[in-house]
Design a protein around this ligand. Structure first.
Ligand code: NAP
Length: 327
């Protein structure tokens, strides 16, 4: 028997969350049975936990798009009992029982070997949020952003993707401007932000098709009017990565930032990217992109404390990352 955080829908549209005892026999088929040591809280988990059908179609369900642990059973030659692995993305925690439980059973193709330089706990301090930040940062670099040659804007800066992006970019030597709705400048400056901008003062008149050029690159985690403004302010030949919709999924624009300034808008996904991409990004996270503040960025909670953290995430009041300890 093992413990699992379960979301049930006792009446249509009403969702309740509790910790239940389960049997590993109830887990879906898969080549790896993994004893989860740590998971982490991501925005998608909060949506799944509140009954968002765009994330999770059927309930009862155990969310948790991240899991880091030790293989207990394997039916493939590539993994053996005792191997330390990280599983994130694919359908884990969305429509497949996820990492908010002491066990997961998954296809072997979903698992990445834990990089040597990271512990299981550190891998979940990063989790999907840090992985997504790593993808955004790598994209900016691959598209030609160079430290010392222009400022990088990070939106939703105190969130999971935002805070890890700020720290990674600063580690690489970029001048980072952190956009936030919270009054937490010390948190962002300690992560390496050069400047902190208040969300309330950022938006400009929506009538303008272009705004004065400011950003060589952008990591946007919030979408909507913030992404719209950021694109209009991106300078000639700049790069904008879009990975989130914490504010809105809408985007209203003209083509002028693209055809007059050559701005590139690039979408970032972490759920369906290939194993080769996953292995490459996890290696970067463990080495070149690794930042010294990692061990202080996350708070560690138990399964019992998870519901409260989910509510704070939905209210937009969480700071940094939340790791769920299951051992
Ligand atoms: N594409 C992918 O594969 C992928 C992977 C991971 C996450 N995501 C998406 O990325 C986004 C961020 O995820 P996360 O895990 O970092 O979430 P998070 O920890 O909750 O951070 C989101 C941050 O966005 C800001 N925010 C919240 N509500 C807002 C609003 N109404 N208007 C403007 N800003 C707002 C807040 O930061 P401040 O208070 O500092 O402004 C908040 O901390 C989510 O939309 C998530 O679904 C996508």
């Amino acid at each position: 028997m093992y413990r699992s955080f379960v979301v049930r829908e006792p009446r249509k549209g009403e969702f309740v969350r509790s910790i239940e005892e389960k049997d590993t026999w109830d887990l879906p088929a898969g080549e790896l049975l993994i004893r989860v040591h740590y998971s982490s809280l991501n925005y998608k988990d909060a949506l799944s936990a509140k009954g968002n059908r765009g994330v999770t179609r059927r309930y009862p369900h155990t969310p948790g798009i991240d899991a880091a642990g030790v293989v207990e059973e394997s039916t493939v030659a590539t993994f053996h009992p005792g191997d330390q692995v990280v599983v994130s993305g694919y359908d884990l925690g969305m429509n497949h029982p996820g990492g908010f439980a002491e066990y997961v059973r998954v296809p072997a193709a979903w698992a990445v070997r834990l990089p040597e330089a990271l512990t299981l706990k550190q891998s979940m301090m990063l989790g999907t949020a840090g992985f997504t930040a790593g993808r955004c940062v790598e994209m900016l670099v691959r598209q030609g952003c160079v430290p010392g040659e222009g400022d990088i804007l990070v939106t939703g800066a105190t969130g999971g993707v935002g805070s890890t992006s700020v720290a990674m970019l600063a580690k690489l030597g970029f001048a980072v401007t952190a956009l936030t709705g919270k009054n937490e400048p010390a948190f962002l400056l300690e992560l390496g932000a050069r400047e902190v901008l208040a969300r309330g003062k950022f938006l400009r008149s929506r009538k303008k098709m272009l705004l004065p050029e400011r950003w060589a690159g952008v990591v946007d985690t919030v979408g909507g009017e913030y992404l719209e403004t950021a694109i209009k302010e991106t300078r000639y030949d700049g790069v904008v990565t879009s990975c989130g919709n914490a504010a809105s999924g809408d985007l209203t624009l003209t083509v002028y930032p693209f055809i007059i300034r050559g701005v590139r808008l690039i979408g970032i996904d972490s759920a369906r990217c290939s194993l080769a991409v996953r292995e490459r990004i996890w290696q970067l996270l463990a080495t070149e992109y690794r930042f010294s503040q990692l061990d202080h960025l996350a708070s560690v909670i138990t399964l019992e404390q998870l519901d409260g953290a989910i509510q704070r995430m939905l209210a937009g009041s969480l700071l940094g990352r939340v790791v769920v300890q299951l051992i």
